[in-house]
Design a binder for this molecule. Sequence first.
Ligand SMILES: [Mg+2]
Length: 250
Amino acid sequence: MKEQILKSGHTVLLLDYDGTLAPIAPSPEQSALPSSTRSVLQRLSRNPRVTVALISGRPLADLRQLVGVRNLTYVGNHGLETWHRGRRTSVAVPGRSREALSRLRPTLAGLVKDVPGARLEDKGLSLALHYRLAPTSQVARLKAGIRRAARPFVRSRALSLLNGRKIIEVRPGLNWTKGDAALRLVKRMRGRRLLPICIGDDRTDEDAFGALIDGITIRVGAHRGSKARYYVRNVREVAALLEWIATQLA
Ligand SMILES: [Mg+2]
């Protein structure tokens, strides 16, 4: 891996946020980026041989605020919206998907109200139901309720459901994943001897690992059947790896 990094003309770091750069917190609001990780991101952002892109399921504005490092590329909502060189772009979401999201929102809010600890997050282009803090005994019923409510919209392909870590996401039925977003970013850079390094901890990151077969792919936490070539144990090892890369390429 070291040789590959040193030989590359330009390194593109594609980094997930929750569970990769920041430890998983009981609720998304409590998640914080360790200050040493922010420093290394700053260092990398100033290196002309490196591009850093954060790719997360969080809404773009939320992600940018949490990380707070200028001159990074930010991709929010699992690839639906991007901040690149000071400009926001978003994937075109069909009107029927937007309409389906707003029709479903009150139903989901009602379901969540009955389950203590569960929460509905409106992410603009998608909705997320968080159940990390909900009693385990009620999770199956909540999930079934969500699936039932979303079924007609999923059938008509206006929406799709995505299961993450203690979260169910209701998204436009676009079939646009983190993998597509990662690939588009890499293609946009068109550089020769470009080396993508992709790090993530969740199943949505697997789409990116699968898309970047020529790059270095790293899963956080061992996971059977992962498409990643390497793995690190935890958030601290990710930070150490970033430090190492920053030093190698300094
Ligand atoms: Mg994650």
